[in-house]
Design a protein around this ligand. Structure first.
Ligand SMILES: Cc1cc2nc3c(=O)[nH]c(=O)nc-3n(C[C@H](O)[C@H](O)[C@H](O)COP(=O)(O)OP(=O)(O)OC[C@H]3O[C@@H](n4cnc5c(N)ncnc54)[C@H](O)[C@@H]3O)c2cc1C
Length: 551
């Protein structure tokens, strides 16, 4: 049998780059295929915020955060809530991933030149008991350079492989079939798409100009999830989250189309936990979109008042940044697919971080000067741009005008000014109460016990109706699609399994396509910052295992 390469990798996102880099280190010949043009190399990771889950890092220790492997595992298992037979491999991957995050993850990246912002973020704070969902301590480490800063070393290693004659990069190659000529899967077929000069991230043409057939001893599927394909998201929407939202905005580019998962399934791969997904409830329509229906996720601090479509506060502990899926489940029961943040300029200035490399030019551009400018600004530039131009934003001096603005944005005028005033005044009264029964006020005070939050993420408690904190702001929040938590079932060597549990000979999977390892390493929920690391860990594992198998 003559092969075109030792290994074919399908998808040049972060997982595919990590796998290919390992294959290069092992001296293997690789063909790396991607349906998109070369300028979109790195896939979603390029657009990412670069948040990484580390456990007991030097950054945490400097901020007096006491973290440990045991605490992280407790948080992961409480968050994942594995409860299915098919969680066998996901659970093993979760244990291995926490080992990685508490072990060599940071030093391995550091050796490749990756650096981290010194203030650690506290995402998914939970709000239940010690064994429930959420991070007991801050663990969200932002890559210096955000997503592009994390992609860079892996892209560099792959391009070194090209220079050494080990890697062929074939863009505009869209895989449509996997097959076997003997026992193992060894043939990859597909369409060659017409050349495309689109800007990175934009949808590229699907006009076909030719066909290809390639053979290799092993194939690694790193084709990403389904978040850009709203039909698939709706088809897989879990009953426990109610009906799928009528309106969703896209937190990922169109290439996250999920089609390769069905192709792998047709070849015998077992796709599990397909109903587990990670979509955000704080999506805002991008005023300056890169892809169609482009939404940006707000990573909120804890102070905004979170209201349902009728203006009622969301129940405890559904505060901003506490429990993404719990909030989604609640929202879908309200019968509306949007909610509101009501806040003021003092809160937005400190507490709105926007997820996306392009929304954080200071961090992405690695500019210490610009980070200081952001810290000193009343409202950071990218957030101000949304206040001025975002269709979901209402900014007004008084509550009456704010409510009129909110009602003008929705199909029905559901917000009652008197009711909203009552909610805010009651909340504001609790701010002056050193005892307080309002758990959100307690949470704000708790957050400010952490130096990082106090410095840059949590506004000092104050009355929202205090004119000095104004103007008042209302933000309509949409459901934003992002991550696929289920995926191709893989063992700890990233070998894809069949429904019977045997390896599908010759096929490996990594990244979002493999549910970031095992077919669902996160279980039902995530601790955040776990996805990029999941691509790296599972991509590295797949690359090493395929290198060994093709020695
Ligand atoms: C705005 C944004 C912010 C984020 N922030 C964070 C964060 O802070 N922390 C974190 O952990 N995660 C974050 N994420 C998530 C993370 O970036 C992704 O989950 C991760 O990058 C997925 O990588 P991947 O390699 O598995 O898939 P992708 O990046 O989707 O790459 C898959 C590639 O496969 C190609 N492909 C698909 N099908 C085919 C086919 N049939 N033939 C050929 N090629 C194909 C696609 O074109 C694509 O290039 C963020 C994501 C976004 C979009």
């Amino acid at each position: 049998m003559s092969y075109d390469a030792d290994v074919i990798v399908i998808g040049a996102g972060l997982a595919g780059l990590a796998a290919t880099a390992e294959l290069v280190d092992a001296g293997r010949k690789v063909i790396l295929l991607d349906q998109e043009p070369e300028q979109s190399i790195g896939g979603q990771a390029h657009w990412s915020f670069g948040g990484l889950f580390f456990v007991d890092s030097p950054e945490q220790r400097r901020l007096r955060i006491k973290d440990s492997h045991a605490l992280a595992l407790q948080d992961w298992m409480g968050t994942a809530a594995f409860d299915r037979e098919e969680d066998h491999w996901p659970r093993k991957w979760a244990e291995a991933y926490v080992d990685f995050a508490a072990g060599e993850k940071r030093s391995w990246l550091y050796r490749q030149g990756v650096r981290f912002f010194p203030v650690v973020g506290w995402a998914e704070r939970g709000g239940y008991d010690a064994n429930g969902h959420g991070n007991s301590v801050p663990r969200f480490h932002i890559t210096w350079g955000t997503g592009p800063g994390l992609v860079a070393p892996f892209e560099r290693r792959v391009r070194e492989g090209v220079a050494r004659g080990l890697v062929q990069l074939r863009f505009r190659h869209r895989v449509t079939g996997l097959s076997r000529s003997a026992g193992a899967v060894d043939t990859v077929t597909g369409e060659i798409l017409e050349a495309s000069a689109i800007e990175r991230g934009q949808a590229s043409s699907r006009s076909v100009t030719g066909a290809f057939e390639l053979k290799a001893q092993a194939v690694i599927v790193t084709s990403g999830g389904i978040g850009g394909n709203h039909d698939l998201v709706r088809a897989n929407w879990p009953e426990r989250l109610g009906n799928p939202p009528e309106k969703m905005i896209s937190g990922v580019p169109a290439h996250v189309d999920g089609k390769m998962l069905a192709i792998a399934e047709e070849t015998g791969a077992h796709l599990i936990n397909r109903d587990r997904m990670w979509h955000y409830t704080e999506g805002i329509q991008n005023w300056n979109p890169i892809w169609e229906n482009h939404g940006i996720r707000v990573l909120p601090g804890p102070s905004s008042l979170w209201l349902d479509a009728r203006g009622k506060r969301l129940p405890v502990p559904l505060f901003p940044g506490f429990d993404t899926l719990g909030t989604l489940e609640h929202i879908m029961k309200t019968g509306y697919d949007y909610t509101w943040f009501v806040l003021d300029q003092k809160i937005i200035g400190k507490e709105f971080a926007l997820s996306g490399s392009e929304q954080n030019p200071d961090l992405t551009g690695k500019s210490i000067k610009d980070v200081f400018i952001r810290a000193r600004a009343d409202v950071p530039g990218p957030v101000k741009a949304f206040m001025d131009q975002g269709v979901d934003f209402v900014v007004e001096k008084d509550l009456g005008s704010l409510v009129r603005g909110m009602n003008a944005l929705t199909k029905e005028p559901l917000i009652d000014e008197a009711e909203l005033r009552r909610e805010i005044v009651s909340r504001d009264r609790e701010v002056a109460n050193p005892f307080t029964k309002d758990l959100q006020i307690m949470a704000i005070r708790g957050a400010r016990n952490y130096l990082g939050d106090k410095l840059i993420r949590t506004a000092a408690p104050h009355r929202i109706l205090d004119p000095k904190a104004g103007p008042l702001i209302a933000v309509r929040l949409n459901i934003l699609t992002r991550k696929t938590l289920g995926g191709l079932e893989t063992d700890l060597s990233s070998r894809v399994l069949t429904e019977g549990g045997d390896p599908l000979e010759g096929v490996y999977a990594a990244g979002e396509a493999a549910g970031f390892g095992g077919g669902g390493v996160h279980g039902y929920r995530s601790l955040e910052g776990t996805f990029l690391g999941g691509c790296l860990f599972s991509g590295r594992t797949a690359g090493r295992a395929a290198a060994k198998a093709t020695a």
